[in-house]
Write a protein that binds this ligand. Structure first.
Ligand code: AHR
Length: 518
């Protein structure tokens, strides 16, 4: 770790503690692509305490719950209008046998969660518990099938169990207490099939995808959207082979992109990091993911110029060392202002690629990686990342307004990269809602300087009706069970429309601001 920290060097101008200026130009006439609500998707895996303790406590728990789901988490998730939830993994999906998770709880077999700490899984949260949760939240379920160690028959029967009105699987479902089929649209056919999902080559997986997906049938009018396991980060060959060999047989191809220093060495502390590491992170999640999206999309454009296959970033977010004292393999990490920056900058970036990117799922919803909420017993805290999702909520289903940003940049390096990555201090996105309200989302990642941002509204007239800011004194600030409200958004008063009709925003250093103009 020490070595990495030394190797992380910054080519940054020394802090000047001055106010900088920047311009953001909105291109209203190019606003055509809707920001699919699924861009704000979540991911819940049987991993650590994401499901057990984080969402599900069981009906007999003393923790206030509705049918076994903890009330505080339910409310928090309703407040960010979760549009879609991916489940049961992740790596877990390729070892999961769904028939173990149905029927009377006391009869459900136990299994070892080999991917995540060898924890014993009692299968008390299964298909019914997940799909009922989605109904409670009003979100779309996204169910990942087991291609790595499961059979085609298992996959076929699972789809039938969930969605058929009649037939043997529907009969079994009814016996287990659910008369009507659920509505399930998103079906994942394997996960990370190049790694934990079976260590396959894309040619082999492509054939398996074709086979498994054939037997995912559409019962009584239920339409399925079939998603193939896609590349990780810079694996362009995987995408090339999948597009060439599978093409329009898939509705979506996934992509996983984690903001992580290194897969082989220490990933660094979630709460104790240097300024250099902060800036490296900002660059990795902003221009880093943008470069990967552009290259992956260019390959897809070649095979699919009519944009029929979507790119779904169905795992993204920060991945730090596990919190000291937490269970090894449970991926429990804290969440600071730095993570909030990653959330806001990534969302701003995804907005720009909505023509091809139709869904993203931050990893994960509770107690794992860059989570929305952390829980301990009956306590829950909302993370800085959660607050970003809440501040951005009105961008869902609004039409993206392309933006051009003119601002200072910084360059960050780490030992894995041949050359430094140059990134802007200011990140922005904008969108137009159906009632004409314009959302403007701004990030000033600068740790030292405030920034007067002039947003050129391209002729739009209106006034600021709502403005919120998320900031804090220190980049390491975070919320704990003892101090749950250290990093929370508040109303922002530093924005006005000037006489030229421009929106002028006095952004403090290290701040995320969302504004609505009507
Ligand atoms: O999100 C944690 C893990 O990261 C997932 O299970 C896997 O798909 C990825 O490697």
């Amino acid at each position: 770790m020490k070595k990495i920290m030394i190797a992380l060097s910054m080519i940054l101008a020394m802090p000047s503690m001055a106010q900088k200026t920047s311009d953001v130009t909105l291109h209203m006439d190019e606003a055509k692509q809707k920001i699919n609500k699924e861009i704000y998707g979540q991911f819940a895996e049987h991993l650590g305490t994401c499901i057990y303790g984080g969402i599900w406590v069981g009906k007999d728990s003393e923790i206030p719950n509705t049918d076994g789901y903890r009330n505080d988490v339910l409310q928090a998730l309703k407040d960010i209008r979760v549009p879609v939830m991916r489940w049961p993994g992740g790596c877990f999906a390729d070892e999961y046998h769904w028939q173990d998770g149905i029927g009377p709880q006391e009869n459900r077999p136990r299994m070892v969660n080999n991917n995540w700490g060898g924890t014993v899984e009692d299968n008390s949260f299964g298909t019914h518990e997940f799909l009922n949760l989605c109904e409670l939240l009003g979100c779309e379920p996204y169910v990942s099938m087991n291609v790595g160690s499961g059979t085609v028959e298992e996959t076929a029967k699972w789809v039938e169990y969930m969605t058929a009105k009649d037939g043997p699987m529907a009969k079994l479902r009814k016996q287990n207490g659910r008369e009507n089929p659920w509505k399930v649209y998103y079906i994942g056919v394997g996960n990370e099939s190049w790694g934990c999902g079976g260590n396959m080559r894309p040619e082999y997986y492509g054939d398996l995808y074709r086979r498994y997906s054939t037997y995912c049938r559409e019962y009584n009018g239920n339409r399925l959207y079939k998603i193939a396991s896609g590349a990780s980060d810079y694996d362009y060959n995987w995408t090339e082979v999948m597009m060439k060999n599978v093409g329009h047989r898939m509705n979506g191809l996934s992509l996983h992109y984690y903001t992580c220093y290194s897969w082989n060495k220490s990933k660094g502390s979630a709460t104790d990091f240097t300024r250099d590491q902060y800036y490296w992170t900002v660059a990795k999640c902003g221009v880093g993911i943008e470069e990967v999206l552009q290259k992956q999309i260019a390959i897809m454009d070649k095979y699919d110029p009519r944009n029929r296959v979507a790119l779904l970033v169905d795992e993204w977010g920060t991945w730090w060392d596990e919190e000291p004292g937490s269970v090894r393999g449970h991926l429990y990490q804290q969440n600071t202002m730095r993570d909030a920056m990653v959330a806001a900058i990534s969302l701003n970036t995804f907005h720009q690629y909505t023509k091809r990117v139709k869904m993203t799922n931050i990893a994960q919803v509770a107690n794992v990686l860059q989570s929305m909420v952390l829980t301990k017993g009956d306590k829950m805290v909302l993370t800085p990342t959660y607050h970003v999702f809440r501040m951005y909520v009105d961008n869902m289903e609004a039409v993206n307004i392309p933006v051009a940003v003119n601002c200072d940049t910084f360059t960050a390096e780490n030992e894995r990269e041949e050359s430094g990555r140059t990134a802007p201090y200011i990140s922005a996105s904008a969108s137009k809602m159906s009632d004409g309200t314009v959302n403007v989302n701004l990030v000033n990642a600068d740790l030292d300087n405030s920034n007067k941002v002039t947003v050129k509204l391209d002729g739009m007239k209106g006034k600021v009706v709502n403005a919120r800011i998320l900031t804090s004194k220190d980049m390491k600030d975070h919320n704990t069970f003892e101090v749950p409200n250290k990093v929370v958004p508040v109303d922002f008063k530093g924005a006005k429309i000037n006489k030229n009709g421009e929106l002028v925003v006095d952004m403090p250093k290290m701040a995320i601001i969302t504004l609505q103009i009507k």
